[in-house]
Design a protein around this ligand. Sequence first.
Ligand SMILES: Nc1ncnc2c1ncn2[C@@H]1O[C@H](COP(=O)(O)OP(=O)(O)OP(=O)(O)O)[C@@H](O)[C@H]1O
Ligand SMILES: [Mg+2]
Length: 1109
Amino acid sequence: MPKSEVKTSLLDNMIGVGDSVLLEPLTEDTFLENLKNRFDHSEIYTYIGSVVISVNPYRHLPIYTPEKVEEYRNRNFYELSPHIYALADEAYRSLRDQDKDQCILITGESGAGKTEASKLVMSYVAAVCGKGAEVNQVKEQLLQSNPVLEAFGNAKTMRNDNSSRFGKYMDIEFDFKGDPLGGVISNYLLEKSRVVKQPRGERNFHIFYQLLSGGSEDLLKQLKLEREFNQYNYLGLDSAKVNGVDDAANFRTVKNAMQIVGFMDDEVELVLEVVAAVLKLGNIEFKPESRVNGLDESRIQDKNELKEICELLGQDQAVLERAFSFRTVEAKQEKVSTTLNVAQAYYARDALAKNLYNRLFTWLVNRINESIKAQSKVRKKVMGVLDIYGFEIFENSNNSFEQFIINYCNEKLQQIFIELTLKEEQEEYIKEGIEWTHIEYFNNAIICELIENNTNGILAMLDEECLRPGTVTDETFLEKLNQVCAVHERFESRMSKSSRFLNDTTLPHNCFRIQHYAGKVMYHVEGFVDKNNDLLYRDLSQAMWKTNHVLVKSLFPEGNPVKMSLKRPPTAGSQFKASVATLMKNLQTKNPNYIRCIKPNDQKAPHIFAEALVRHQVRYLGLMENVRVRRAGYAFKQPYESCLERYKMLCSQTWPHWRQGSRDGVKVLLTELQIPPEEFSYGRSKIFIRNPRTLFELEDLRKRRLEDLATLIQKIYRGWKCRTNFLLMKKSQIIISAWTKRHFQRKKYLQLKNVTLIIQSYIRGWKARKLLRELKHQKRCEESATTIAAYWRGFQARRELKRLKEEARRKHAVAVIWAYWLGLKVRREYRKFFRANAGRKIYEFTIQRIMQKYFLEMKKKLPSMSPTEKTWPPRPYFFLDDTHTELKRIFHLWRCKKYRDQFTEQKKAIFEEKLEASELFKDKKALYTNSVQQPFQGDYLEISKNPKYQKLNGAVEEKIVLADVVNKINRANGKVAPRIFLLTQSNFILADQKSGQIKSTIPVMDITSVSVSKQTDGLFAVHLKEGSTAAAKGDFLFTSDRLIEIITKLYRTIFFKTNQKINVEINNEFLVQFNQDKVCVKFIQGAQKNGNLPTCKRKNNRLLEVTVP
Ligand SMILES: Nc1ncnc2c1ncn2[C@@H]1O[C@H](COP(=O)(O)OP(=O)(O)OP(=O)(O)O)[C@@H](O)[C@H]1O
Ligand SMILES: [Mg+2]
């Protein structure tokens, strides 16, 4: 079944009218009739516009179920039948959605149901706001603070079994989502006089009865309490039990609630100890005792109770006893101690009890605040719930200071109601230029003024009286009032100046009367001064500070001598006035929601609707005026800007932007929506809507439109999202395909590269192996040559060794024979001196020692390893001469061998050549010495590299042994011509120096010998084999500076080729074969013409003369 079908609309099936604004005709009677009619049908809530009237049913109604909560949740205020939940929902949603701080003002007289209403509002908000473990804990703590505060601050009175005896304002804090974060409770003036005295038929605060009924035996024993109420003077006996109230069960609830709120076990214990101490204080009694100087003095009758109190509070009994017996007054640094008489002692006792309890209550509120305070520092939205004691009138002029204060507070609340609903609203219509007929109402500002005016208000008078020096009594205070307020129209007194009321016998002498908005109240002045002063003797506060009880000690900080001040604390009246002023200021900053509670009868009974009583309340609450203002006025008003902002989406012209003035915008909007013109009025800055229905219609349209807009936004968003998604996918696809292509191409390329590399590596490998094979072959050839050479040398060395050994053996034999011979000689010579053998042994020994020494020293003195080193240490003994020389030779050989071992093959060949040269020419030809320093390079012309000799190089097939330019001597005339002299392994080639043209090629085998002079000249003759082809023209004559090298190389080449050593003739005269002639070449010494070159002259057929330097 759809929800809405179950719900009763404001108009459907209505009993009477749900909203009094709709009453027709509107009179006080019809209004009351309507209330009664509804009350009789269990409809206890009725609206006046947005104000909820609640009539106390005094019975349980099934209208606060979770289903009801759901029913009213998120529904418009006027949509369903009137209910306190509708107001709570409206306030909560307005707080959550429009960010407006709210306050719920609950007014009505005592017993009208304010506290119940406040709890209903709180429980509704708790049910509909956010959920979750943390939030639930906060909610639970907020809700559970109620039973604790009610136990300590509520009491049964004549009018209400659970009357709030303190004012309470609770700020519930929410975050932006509407989840509760915590709260702050402010309390106002607890009626503490109730602690020590209760009017007939009333009780003390609930907690005392709860503790005695519900406390376990152990707990009571620990607190030194008896279970019976009648054991305690402070507990009113005649109404100790309240019907339908289970104190014991309530005690458990309170303890449980304290635990939930966050009280520690030891804290609960401390609190109960204080409660017990207060209760026991009432049992301390005093008896008079006369002193010699005639002064009355009091004594405690039974010290047992005092002892127990001191034990409970950890107090020194003597200190407390003294505080009850003396009073110390400090004035101008003087301390005067006076004794207390019995009355004063009782006064002191009660003052202590009241103060202790009152401070305990304030401590409880602070402690609860500490637990429920919001943890986070985020900006908070606030919903304040005000539940203050209701207007109170006692009969028989029993109204005292407390009632005066309570009623003053209610006056202020009525004032704020008037200000915000009646006065401001009417003023606003006028200000906005809306046609308006003023509706009369009673403004209670004048009463507030009478009480709170700073110069002549009652509270100011009372303060003045309290502070005045001299004797001050309640009577002097009344006198003062009579003087100052006599002319005030709302003040009545028998003794007033004008004596207006002298004849009013109903007004006793010690009373004054105030015509409150809710009726006349007669106040008895007794106790006004005292209660306003709220004095606690300093001795008592000091005694309390001295206890070991942590809680009590903290409650009396002024008892600390260090912090003692002589300044008077502010009076109770002025404190209350100030806190009420702050409260009013606070309420004015918030959006008010009113619940006006009405008490239907004085019997606290269900189903009874005492018309007179209700009529009285309707009158003083100004409800009729309220209805009239509402009826004449408009149900709803809103500044143009916010109205346009809220509804602009309903009109195509104003949506989404309206560029002109917002007033015009609203006009356009309402015209397009075709709302009947009588339904609204245009004010100066606000639009006024007459009927709530019109507003709901607008709201409905808005709701539907918002849904459409949401769909539109969704549509566009989805489209955008899809497109974004598509584009993203497209982009991704391109990227992926690019990457894939790249990947495959790369793979292909890498494959190709790999293949190429493999092929390359195979080819390279094949080439390298080929090369390696060649190199290995070459190396093997070289190695075999070396091996052969090594064998050859080894053979030579062994032969040499054998020879040396033979020689050494011989030398040794000689030495031995010699030694024997010497020995023989010596022995023969010295035989006569020595015994046989001794001489020989000494000799051997000496020789041995000498030899040893010689070798050891030799080892140290060995010359360097250089083969050219000539030095050799001198011989120490003559007989070692041969050995010494032999040693030198061996050492030299060994050193040469070492030196040779370092040689490379190439170097070895060079040295072999040099050696060959030395064998050939040393000491034979003078030129030799010059050649020793010159290295034999062989190829001086670098035939293979020089492009000039390319052709020549091509013609030569073998390895070139020597290539140089030599001068060829003409056989006929002795003239010289340069020729390239090329020696290969088998030929000796002569070529033109310039063109490289080969002139003649002679196989080396055809050379028989070479001839040179002994001189320093470079002339040499090459003799050829007779009959060979080369020898046709005869032998060759050449000159060259490198004669030694050329001949050496020629010699060696021929040796290698033929294995025969040619003859090298060195002589200053030799024969050469020229054609058929044998010519003698003769060297003569003479002056040199052209440098070092020899000059040749053919003297005749038989002689060629060569002049050499
Ligand atoms: N809505 C309700 N449903 C049932 N009973 C109610 C309701 N409201 C009030 N009552 C009854 O009326 C009694 C008095 O109500 P409540 O304590 O709220 O009065 P009050 O206005 O706070 O009085 P006071 O000013 O003395 O504190 C409650 O204890 C309860 O029994
Ligand atoms: Mg109450």
